[in-house]
Design a protein around this ligand. Structure first.
Ligand code: PEP
Length: 253
């Protein structure tokens, strides 16, 4: 089973249009042909500028950090999948823990967004992960699996291989703490087994599952060596072209 590694950068609420252009000026000079799919998720205001910058760089893709599930309508402040496809954006992060925590995003909303993304040929990067309290209670696996099950409710098994999952322990996001390589592998292989139950071993073997949580050039090598870890969702370290490129070049399998 060969899965191409994927490194996705989540810029969160960082980088103006001019900073976005500065980032790409530096980043696109790097030898990006590393056999790794690259996704960058800028804030909405900078996506068009990013789209102009990456023209002609086929392995660099754009992603949104969120979207609504409806195509259009009276949803002030929201962005639809149709609008994202027009840019064009290929990926969309769904259910990031910051959206769940600060914007009351529920599993039901995550599920609607996953289905809407698939309907519009956007690849959803579905985020799941436990709090520190849940880890200490020993319920990490059951919690994460229940998030996966709810995200996939009503999703056609044939569409499963288009979904990317990101296991992001909440206590590791932006904190400098990472799950150990073995812990990350254990949860991610549990997610893969669950996907196998929803579909079959072949589909489960093709789905890409990322790790996220304080990934840096110094810790990616151990993570990417694990058999079920197919790349990373990177926050802070994706803002700097040099460190993001290092993570990419260290992610070749
Ligand atoms: C994230 O935002 O998904 C993330 C993992 O952030 P960081 O790499 O900064 O922990």
């Amino acid at each position: 089973m060969s899965r191409k590694p994927l490194i996705a950068g989540n810029w969160k609420m960082n980088n103006s249009i001019s900073k976005t252009r500065d980032f790409f000026d530096e980043f696109l000079k790097k030898p990006l042909d590393q056999g790794v799919d690259i996704v960058i998720c800028p804030p909405f205001t900078a996506i068009l500028a990013a789209a102009e910058e990456i023209k002609g760089h086929d392995n660099v893709h754009l992603g949104a950090q969120n979207m609504h599930w409806e195509d259009k309508g009276a949803y002030t402040g929201e962005i639809s999948p149709v609008m994202l496809r027009e840019i064009p954006c290929d990926y969309v992060i769904i259910g990031h823990s910051e959206r769940r925590q600060y914007f009351a995003e529920t599993d039901e909303m995550v599920n609607k967004k996953v289905k809407a993304a698939l309907k519009h040929n956007l690849i959803p990067i579905v985020c799941v992960g436990e709090t520190l309290e849940q880890r200490e209670q020993g319920i990490t696996m059951s919690w994460v699996i229940s998030q996966v099950e709810k995200a996939l409710e009503g999703v056609d098994e044939k569409q499963l291989k288009s979904i990317v999952f990101a296991y992001e322990p909440i206590w590791a996001i932006g904190t400098g703490k990472t799950a150990s390589d073995d812990d990350a592998q254990q949860v991610i292989s549990g997610i893969r087994n669950k996907i196998g139950e929803f579909s079959n071993a072949e589909i489960a073997g093709n789905v890409r599952i990322l790790y996220g949580g304080s990934v840096k050039p110094g810790n990616i090598e151990g993570l990417i060596k694990k058999p079920d870890i197919d790349g990373a969702l990177v926050g802070g370290a994706s803002l700097d072209a040099e460190s993001f490129f290092s993570i990419i070049s260290l992610s070749r399998k």
